[in-house]
Design a protein around this ligand. Sequence first.
Ligand SMILES: [Zn+2]
Length: 499
Amino acid sequence: MSKYEDIVNLALRRSLFYPASEIYNDAPAGFYDFGPYGAAIRRKIIDVWRREFVQKESMLEIYGAQTMPESVFNSSGHLKDFNDVITTCKKCNSIHRADQLIAEATKEHVAEGMLPEAYTDEIKKHRLKCPKCKGELSDVKKMNMMIQAVVGIGEKKSVYMRPEACQTIFTNFSRMAKTMRMKLPKGIAQVGRAFRNEISPRQTLLRQVEFSQMESEVFFDPARINEVENFDDVKSYKVMILKDDGKKVEAIKASDLVSKKIVSGNLVAYYLARTQQLFESLGIPAKAMRFREVSNDDKPFYSKETWDFEVETSVGWLELIANNYRTDYDIKGHMKGSKQDLRYVDDQGNKLVPHVWETSIGLDRTFYTVLEHSFKKEKRGKEERTVLSLPPKIAPLLVSVFPLLSNKPELVEHAKEIYNDLKSCYESAFDAAGSIGKRYARMDEIGCPWCITVDFDSAKNKDVTLRDRDSGEQKRVKIAELRQLIFEMYAGIKTFKKL
Ligand SMILES: [Zn+2]
């Protein structure tokens, strides 16, 4: 079984994530729900991003509506340019993404963003047929990927589900500049949903129709792109870079990215470094990461410089983040479309259309990748155990409390007392069902880092057994010290090993 299948099995078994509306067989593909443990891990990944990115970079976090009027996407260019190229089978009517079809058949790289005719030529050149029935394929057409909806009872208005969360940030920009006394450079961040009408949603969380993004847009004066207050913090930090013309990943100091003109300036190098640091704190080793420079042929229509952040997984290098230098494209577009002056005004009264550096993180793909990198199957004596070695800050539960035997009321009572105390501080669980080994196994596979077992000595000695998920080791710990100890291990002040 592949690691991807292992994760999907675990997700279904423990309800981490599963198909939305699964009790109905007309539920479309590409939508997923998260159960309690999955929702907790997801929320904690957001917390880490919020702490490491939003808070440390003093960004403004907003929360915007997902549905926006047509005019927004006229201005942003999505109505015209946010397309997939499709071809239809003349025999079985199945629809295929032309670029993917060509890439899969020829095993060659196919540029995104070519004209439909160019893809039609490729299909004819390689004599490609429908992969389902070998039927003849139609000429390639553009298909807009946005999901349209209608709002209103009397007068109906055409609206769209936003295809990227950031458009809300751009429509908010001038309000933020005025009411939040923004000083450039300044980031505005948002976690939220976005929607894309995928032709073939697949691989569960990896290609969905409705998905979540953690986005930040840093607004700056392009003449001052090198003025980054905390640049010294990252200047010697090595960023994993795969250049457009490169064959292998190089670890390059952030300061060298700028001096060797690999990126546009300090601000870009700074955020690439901070992004990599964010993923290290989610438990992913730097050697499994890379920033891949996206060639001019493949860049999104709004970007001057694009670095895709990718992580190595069992399904290949997975793109988790689009890092885009969007210049003044969006603000200018919205100024034209809304006929409003959205320029930034500095202390001297100078007006300027700021440039934008975007870090657009796919939350669901990050969620999947974090699970895969923490997933382990281990032989322990005769038994095999499954472990999610999640960093404690993203574990769905921090601690679980068990009575050694479930049929001894005094043990159950005592364990409940400890559980009730701990759950006022930490995400905790109580479990008295099944053998102690089974209870440990259930906690290991959802990534709970510590388990506490109350036994016959506990009442007398005022201590319990504390078990560590990753090593499986157990130590005796005073009950009175539990609260403090768990906090210190959570915060990384103490380690289980050194207790
Ligand atoms: Zn067909």
